[in-house]
Design a protein. Structure first.
Length: 333
């Protein structure tokens, strides 16, 4: 059991016996384990060299076990360091192998993943492995993982990975979705909304993407997705995301009030309402999210229109854009 940290099976047997006896000489150990005295003496010397036993002074040499938590601490640390080094080395070799395979065989650039469970696992893998940034297109409905089930996002955000997500407008009208998006924003997600998004898509660190191959399933078969590695195809998908990101409307959760001339700037709750309104979310869905009546939402929008001295919602959206109320704060340098 302890061979992973450099302790042989016979050494472990001797050490465990000493733990039970507290101290013993080579002859006693040999009798208990059915080994020769020479074998036991060699094992005890090895254990002593590793700091696992100490020599007890006396007429007959005896050995006592060192406390396990103290004795095995350095061995465990060295074992962990060796495993980490090996893991890193294997990862580098695997990447070199994949790089060579991709240069020689174009089929290595795209791997087809079949089944909801396999797709879900790949979504987890690319998030756990991400170090810098995740890009997402989120469409209404889901194939393998609902947005609210993606706990890996919060772990990645906590370790400093940037998330930029474009949500399809219809998705924001699904039950509980607005609150789920707001929760992500409060944890650091940068969210925007678009009338439609072309595909479901997740891209990690600009080096790997996962994209379902069939958008609408009729329930007659397993979903499939393409795992796409560095290539011109991946570069095209990144460019597609960036073009939609630039045109999408920012979504806000708990924004900081921003003053406009004459003190007409919206407060925190109004910023949230405006972000949903400009994103195209219906009054009914906004009312559900804010836990108020649809009439209350309409009244608040009318009050904002009056304060902005505009006559239509389109003019209100234009004024919001002109004032920059929904602009995302500049990243800290």
């Amino acid at each position: 059991m302890l061979d992973a940290i450099g302790v042989t099976g016979d050494e472990e047997r001797v050490y465990r016996l000493l733990v039970g006896m507290f101290d013993a000489g080579p002859r006693q150990v040999a009798e208990q384990l059915g080994l020769s005295a020479a074998q036991v003496s060699a094992i005890l010397r090895s254990l002593h060299a590793k700091g696992l036993v100490s020599l007890v002074a006396g007429d007959e040499p005896k050995y006592a076990p060192s406390p396990p938590d103290v004795a095995f601490g350095p061995l465990l640390m060295r074992g962990q360091e060796s495993l980490e080094w090996a893991r890193t080395a294997v990862s580098r070799m695997a990447e070199e192998y994949r790089g060579g395979a991709r240069r020689r065989d174009a089929t290595q650039l795209v791997e087809v993943i079949t089944g909801s469970a396999a797709i879900r696992q790949q979504l987890t893998n690319i998030q756990v492995g991400a170090r810098h940034e995740l890009l997402w297109f989120c469409r209404a409905g889901h194939i393998a993982m609902a947005s609210g089930e993606n706990a890996d996002e919060y772990d990645a955000l906590a370790r400093g990975v940037r998330y930029r997500v474009v949500y399809e407008r219809a998705m924001l009208e699904e039950p509980g979705m607005i609150e789920n998006v707001a929760h992500g924003i409060r944890h650091g997600e940068e969210a925007r909304s678009s009338t439609v998004v072309p595909v479901r898509l997740a891209i990690a660190d600009g080096t790997i993407a996962l994209c379902p191959l069939v958008q609408n399933l009729d329930g007659s078969g397993e979903p499939t997705a393409a795992l796409i590695r560095e290539s011109s195809l991946l570069a095209a998908l990144i460019a597609l995301f960036e073009s939609y990101w630039e045109r999408a409307w920012p979504l806000r959760a708990d924004g900081t009030p921003q003053d406009a001339p004459g003190g007409a700037g919206p407060d925190r709750d109004e910023l949230h309402l405006l972000s949903l309104l400009v994103a195209g979310v219906t009054d009914k869905a906004i009312a559900t999210r804010l836990a108020v009546s649809q009439r209350t939402v309409q009244r608040r929008i009318h009050d904002l229109m009056s304060r902005m001295n505009v006559q239509t919602r389109m003019q209100l959206a234009w004024e919001v854009s002109r004032q920059g109320w929904l602009d995302e704060p500049a990243a800290a340098g």
